[in-house]
Design a protein around this ligand. Structure first.
Ligand code: FBP
Length: 549
């Protein structure tokens, strides 16, 4: 494979690790834990793995060497996130350190690989090819859900055949929820297979008191901030466009918020605030148009607006419309597919409640169509396919046209729209993600060596230099509560949305007025991999603010 000079240099980068992981360790257990909410239900559903203590690895006199090989299986689940290959490299080095004959098997294309028995052994040569690289292409990823007993049993067949002692599931909140269900099931039947999770998602919404951040968030946000910064410099040079920029994040607005903190755009919408204030689409449009008009009066017919991908589902009226559409299409998809393209919009309008029909009819043609596109495997609308950035740009234009007619506005308004998501998900991991991921993987191997199951690998104190990071494991049930999913109450890991009382949002809220009118753009530039630590090793601003004492 031909490689760039940077790839070659990057291949030999040795991730920085918590110093405790350089020697032998022992797990030190804390107090018994409880679930964040609905403790009785979670305890009842997870009788074998509920209540376990948090463990922290501390130096030990005793060797961690294992007399027998420790074979491990690994699955990459869900969307790509920078650093996944380093988690796998960390697991590999960790289990080889336990016993040189240990083997690592990767299941191909996500959870489906386990069920269909598609796997490959990840040898030293393969691992070395992928160290410090972005992407999940070493084994591929997939969004199939592991949740049925038949799937667990089918998986167990291949795990037994390969003499696999433990399975590491690298995924987001749903995949780690399923990891704990699998851990519970394998414990209940004494299958002899441990299950350990790893916190992944660029969305940054798998975090809590114990898990500081999900991996990939840091790199993805740095990539988006680079391009948003470049756009802002262009914008400030030409002074003739308003850029409407949508940023990934299925539900939470962490990515948009972090990118705003790094680049100081003129506006950034935060979905969680829209929901809290019960804003309508028109409220958001008016808010943007007001800033556009005021900047225009100040002689600035240009600017940037950041829009979180999940926005549409946080606008209360749109949420109601989408819920009705999800439900309707779940039962009538075939009939809908048979309707001619030109008649689809009227067909949907005729089937919705009066209130939702009115909202649907008011939407531009493209967005109305996008709201009825195929659902994801969970039955949800695929927000990454909805062009919210175009919707907002068009509607702000319509509002300004109206104001022009009413003599309230006389500026120019030319827009360019962008969507950044896939550009950042497979970027070469920043030093933070390269180090964090390798440590997460290495820690997972130690959790396995300590016989733990139903735990998530955890590396904490990551705003300090890496040698001071704390390695350990968090019982997954501790992060769970009961939520309604598809009409049924299910145990799930709580999704971490942007907290309006949190320091990152508070910092943004305190500065946004200034950023709107002063053009205080920041241009962060590209991720730096080699150079001074203050340039190369900084964590995200979100994490730094959250962890600030
Ligand atoms: P994960 O939570 O599975 O990591 O994926 C997050 C994400 O990148 C979202 O930001 C985005 O909405 C979605 O994946 C896109 O999904 P797909 O990869 O299926 O296009």
């Amino acid at each position: 494979m031909l490689k760039s000079a940077l790839q070659i240099a990057r291949a030999s980068y040795a991730p920085k690790m918590p110093s405790v992981l350089n020697g032998n360790v022992k797990p030190v257990a804390g107090e018994a834990t409880t679930a964040v909410k609905d403790q009785e239900d979670i305890a009842r559903l997870f009788p074998n793995i509920y209540g376990m203590p948090i463990v922290t690895f501390e130096p030990s006199e005793e060797s961690n060497a294992s007399e027998t090989p420790v074979n491990v299986g690994v699955i990459l689940s869900g969307g790509q996130a920078p650093g996944g290959h380093n988690v796998i490299a960390g697991i590999f080095d960790g289990i080889k350190n336990l016993n040189q004959d240990s083997k690592l098997y990767g299941f191909i294309l996500g959870p489906a690989g386990l069920i269909n028995h598609k796997y490959k052994e990840l040898t030293a040569d393969i691992i070395d090819e992928y160290r410090n690289t972005g992407g999940f292409d070493i084994i591929g990823s997939g969004r199939d859900k592991l949740e049925e007993k038949e799937q667990f049993d089918k998986g167990l067949e291949i795990l037994k055949k390969l003499d696999i002692k433990a399975l590491v599931i690298i995924g987001g909140d749903d995949s780690n929820t399923n990891a704990s269900i699998l851990a519970e099931y394998y414990s209940s039947i004494n299958a002899g297979v441990q299950v350990v999770g790893c916190p992944k998602t660029i969305d940054g919404d798998l975090k809590n008191e114990q898990i500081e951040t999900s991996f990939g968030f840091d790199t993805a946000c740095k990539v988006y901030s680079e391009v948003v910064g470049n756009i802002q410099r262009d914008c400030n040079s030409a002074r003739k466009y308003w850029h409407f920029i949508k940023l990934m994040g299925r539900s939470a607005s962490h990515i948009a918020l972090e990118t705003a903190l790094q680049t100081q755009p003129n506006m950034c919408i935060i979905s969680e605030e829209v929901e809290e204030k019960q804003q309508s689409l028109d409220d958001i449009i008016t808010e943007i148009a007001t800033v556009v008009a005021k900047r225009s009066e100040m002689g600035m017919d240009f600017g940037t607006v950041l829009i979180p991908e999940g926005l549409i589902e946080f606008i209360p009226a749109m949420k109601g419309l989408i819920a009705e559409l999800n439900d309707f299409l779940a039962h009538n998809q075939e009939e809908y597919d048979l309707v001619r393209r030109s008649g689809k919009r009227d067909y949907i309008i005729s089937k919705l409640s009066d209130e939702n029909a009115e909202i649907y009819a008011s939407l531009p043609e493209t967005v109305a169509r996008q709201l009825t596109l195929d659902r994801d495997p969970h039955g949800n609308v695929q927000v990454s396919l909805i062009e919210t950035e175009k919707l907002l740009a068009e509607m702000v234009k319509a509002k300004l046209d109206k104001w022009t007619k009413e003599g309230k506005y006389s500026g120019k308004f030319a827009t360019i729209t962008h969507f950044f998501g896939y550009e950042g998900r497979c970027a070469a991991p920043s030093n933070y993600d390269a180090d964090y991921c390798y440590s997460l993987g290495y820690t997972a191997s130690l959790l396995i060596a300590s016989g733990k199951t139903g735990y998530m690998s955890s590396v904490r104190n990551t705003t300090a230099p890496a040698k001071e990071w704390i390695s350990g494991g968090i019982p997954i049930t501790m992060m769970m509560n009961m939520e309604r999913r598809h009409g049924e109450m299910k145990p799930v890991i709580q999704k971490a949305l942007v907290r309006l009382d949190g320091k990152p949002f508070q910092y943004f809220a305190a500065n946004r007025e200034k950023w709107a009118y002063e053009t205080a753009f920041i241009y962060p530039g590209p991720i730096q991999y080699f150079g001074p630590t203050e340039v190369c090793d900084q964590p995200s601003i979100t994490l730094s603010l959250e962890q600030a004492k």
